[in-house]
Design a protein around this ligand. Sequence first.
Ligand code: UGA
Length: 435
Amino acid sequence: MPGSQHEIVVIGTGYVGLTTGACLARLGHRVTCVDIDAAKLAAIEEGRLPIHEDGLLELVTAGQKAGGLKFTTDLLSSVGEADFVFLCLPTPAGPDGSADMSSIVDVIGQLKGHLPSECVVVNKSTVPVNSAKMIADLLGEPRVDVVSNPEFLREGSAVEDFLNPDRIVIGSDDPLAGERVGALYLGSRCPVLVTDPVSAETIKYLANAFLAMKISFVNQAAEFCDVVGADVLEVMRGLSYDPRIGSEFLNPGPGWGGSCFPKDTRALAASARALGRPMTLVDEAIGANDEHIAYVANVILEACESFEHRPKIGVLGLSFKANTDDTRESPALAIIDRLVRYPAEVVAYDRLARVEDTAGLARCDNLTDVLTGADVVAILTEWPEFTELSPSDFSGTMRGNTIVDTRYVLDTGLFAESGLRVVSVGRQRPRIDKR
Ligand code: UGA
């Protein structure tokens, strides 16, 4: 679409930056992605992406081939002609949980005095409320607008979420700058909310906090179902028909994790406390998640109690959810840590997960090695290949007969017919009247 193409610089090539850059190039813009890590950029240029993200490699390759997507470490020469500069930088949690803004502050310090006038700085990083103003003050360039444009990309479906968003949120004090950013998302047919920067930044944190609270509620409900003898899947089905509750994000699991919910809920809780108005529900959701992870580990360990020898536990899945290789704050790793300390022998299989060495954990590169001789098997990530497993994959291979399915992917009745016991939180059915 000539005429609506723009020169865009994307700073940071993590999953948000790389997805944003590749998708903006796909939309016809001329994009330069900047990162300080030359080795990472060289790998990307050779088609080796630092993350596993469905459809991203294809977009990066197509963008490079068409000439609309470039990579460089040279920040200052890349921004000379920029219409838009996207900040996609990490904001990790500092010691007190608050977001560490040092990468952004550092980059803004370098950009100061080098941005063309009429350029718009678009912040996609998840930042404390009022950061757009802080960035504008640091830049000190009245002719450069700073706009907040939070991302709502799920790892594993980030490309799909970018190209088919459910909403676009733009926070700008200058209506024209907000409109210019909105126009970048050519052809998106979703609600576009143009608001002030403080509201846009708040939307990002509250969206993640709300979703994290929802899952903490579901997981605590699953524990309640264990006590009363209800079936959590039936219960959630019953809730889901109420349109005010909805059917999305009602899946119980081993706890929430990843690079966003834990960090963002802690940052929101820290800033609410610092502002003198604690968000106690968010604090509770974080605490409930930690307790749920411990509860799930105990369910696995209870299945080991009958063994007199040191049990061998086979773990299926290490990433924090399916379709990503990311293990940051993965509940699987927190659970494994407890199993290892039991002490159990823990062997794990995950085709893609990137894991630093985890004390006491042996990694296998195939399913059979994990299942062979296992006293108990625990499914911790809902990878489709685990959903497809049948009883014959386990019986005759495992030593024991209990599978703890923390992701509700197996057909309990079918497995029972083969003498295999599938245990899931909220489906253990001790009747309340038998307690
Ligand atoms: C999350 C949000 O969903 C995105 O909208 C947001 O843009 C992103 O954070 C971010 O801030 O960048 P993501 O961390 O990729 O995305 O993961 P989700 O799909 O939201 O899952 C988060 C955790 O909740 C996972 O551990 C997942 O297993 C768990 N979960 C999710 C459940 O246990 N049950 C569910 O029903 C849904």
